[in-house]
Design a protein around this ligand. Structure first.
Ligand code: C2O
Ligand code: CU
Length: 456
């Protein structure tokens, strides 16, 4: 693998899994971060045919003395980048070469229920077997894929990848990057520690090594004046990323479900597991200057905000002459505002002890005992999500985008339900099937916080 050598050099020089940190001799660069493009086996311009194999692979993480056995799609973490256009016929043949059953969920895609990758709908893909997913993307945006079976373990081990769907009117930029954020908890000898202790269950597993496209602390060179478009997805089990690029605001131009009619600027970008943000900025500063991309602490309950700021990457400004005259986009096409109200459905999120075990509940029950919500096909309905627990839960709905009432218009499929708060999510349920909703802290989902909406 082309990128293996660079990782090994970095690994030899770092010691962060032991707590002591030194700078690696050679830090990963944009080249190391480039996602492997998935090979399109169908030459027709509007069909995409991809083969993906889920299999164990050895990967070398920085700061470790030995290789780590990860689980990968086609040998890379993140898996290959799948690219398609709105309206393409996309087929992905997934072969399971893992020692246990798996599925692939296409997070954020509006697709037929049978293609959603949920094990009790499609049936798990047993070891040695394959499943063919077929769908036609309806929306431009950044999506991602991951297992929906023992997802806390399978995603943590490395099974995740990005899927980008291009639309007709994409903003222009000098440079676009697709950045998949994760953190891995790895021992100094390269092994992955025992899964799972109570602390990890409470907050979701936090790693000791932050990763961008599988690389630790890259140094990213940018041309001064360059109009940058960074498309981010948080694929971590539990960590919320809270990004800040020194000296810059980031203009949010899109969220989970596409471009925003009114982009807005932020100094800090909070991204919960499962969420995506599409941001732009103009790289500015002195020639040769290095800017830190920070991951700032964020309190999401139970003392989780006590961490120090962590360095996620360094942005180095090249000494070449600055590009001139770039401008950030100020508006994109309007999106339909869904009407408020209309048969509200309550969803109460909580944490509880059941028989001495910490569990996460929806309307007082744990999956699969959470009673399904029933919605007639085509209905516009409001989920009233009350989080009565003491920590934030990133709420994810399959199969549909929603709008958060009282927030600027945007299509979302994952949103932070803050501790001790209530919000109303409006969606049009126009595709029949049994659709899951759950917390995207994967340990919470796997310990009860999942439910289902029946649209028929
Ligand atoms: Cu990204 Cu049901 O999950
Ligand atoms: Cu949660």
């Amino acid at each position: 693998m082309r990128r293996g050598g660079a990782v090994l050099v970095a690994a030899a020089a770092l010691g962060c899994a032991d707590g002591e940190e030194r700078q690696p001799e050679r830090r990963p660069t944009w080249d190391d971060l480039a996602l492997t493009p998935a090979l399109d086996l169908d030459p027709a311009p509007s069909s995409v045919l991809i083969g993906l194999e889920a299999r164990p692979t050895a990967k070398r993480y920085p700061g470790t003395r030995g290789a780590t056995e990860v689980w990968s799609y086609d040998g890379t973490v993140p898996g290959p980048l799948i690219e398609a256009k709105v309206g393409d016929a996309v087929t992905v043949r997934v072969t399971n070469s893992l020692p246990e059953p798996t599925t692939v969920h296409w997070h954020g895609m509006r697709l037929p229920n049978a293609m959603d990758g949920v094990p009790h709908i499609q049936g798990p893909i047993e070891p040695g077997q394959s499943f063919e997913y077929a769908f036609t993307p309806k929306d431009a945006g950044l999506f991602w894929f991951h297992p929906h079976l023992r997802s806390d373990v399978q995603v943590e081990k490395g099974l995740y990848g990005a899927l980008v769907v291009r639309g007709a009117d994409e903003p222009t930029s000098d440079h676009e990057a697709i950045l998949v954020l994760d953190d891995v908890r790895v021992n100094a000898d390269g092994s992955l520690p025992e899964y799972l202790d109570d602390q990890q269950l409470m907050l979701g597993r936090h790693g000791n090594t932050l990763l961008i496209n599988g690389q630790h602390r890259p140094e990213l060179a940018l041309r001064r004046g360059s109009l940058e478009r960074w498309r981010l997805v948080n694929a971590a089990n539990g960590r919320f990323f809270n990004l800040r690029l020194a000296g810059h605001s980031l203009r949010i131009i899109g969220t989970d479900g596409g471009l925003l009619p009114k982009p807005r600027d932020v100094d800090q970008l909070l991204i919960a597991p499962g969420e995506r943000y599409d941001v732009m900025f103009i790289a500015s500063g002195e020639a040769g200057e290095s800017l830190t991309l920070w991951n700032d602490p964020y309190e999401r309950g139970h003392g989780s905000g006590d961490d120090e700021p962590m360095v996620l990457a360094t942005v180095r400004l090249k000494s070449a002459a600055a590009l001139e005259g770039r401008e950030l986009p100020i508006a994109f096409p309007q999106i339909e505002a869904l009407p408020a109200g209309g048969g509200d459905l309550p969803v109460e999120l909580d944490e509880a002890f059941q028989g001495g075990d910490l569990v996460f509940t929806i309307n007082g029950k744990t999956w699969p005992d959470v009673p399904p919500l029933m919605i007639a096909k085509g209905g516009v309905k409001t989920l009233v999500v009350s989080n009565v627990s003491d920590m934030d839960h990133p709420f994810h709905l399959h199969g549909f985008f929603f709008q958060v009432q009282g927030h600027p218009l945007a299509w979302k499929d994952t949103v932070i339900a803050r501790a001790q708060s209530t919000m109303s999510l409006v969606a049009r349920y126009d595709e029949p099937g049994h659709w899951m909703y759950h917390c995207h802290v994967l340990e919470h989902a796997e310990h009860g916080m999942m439910g289902e909406i029946h649209v028929e």
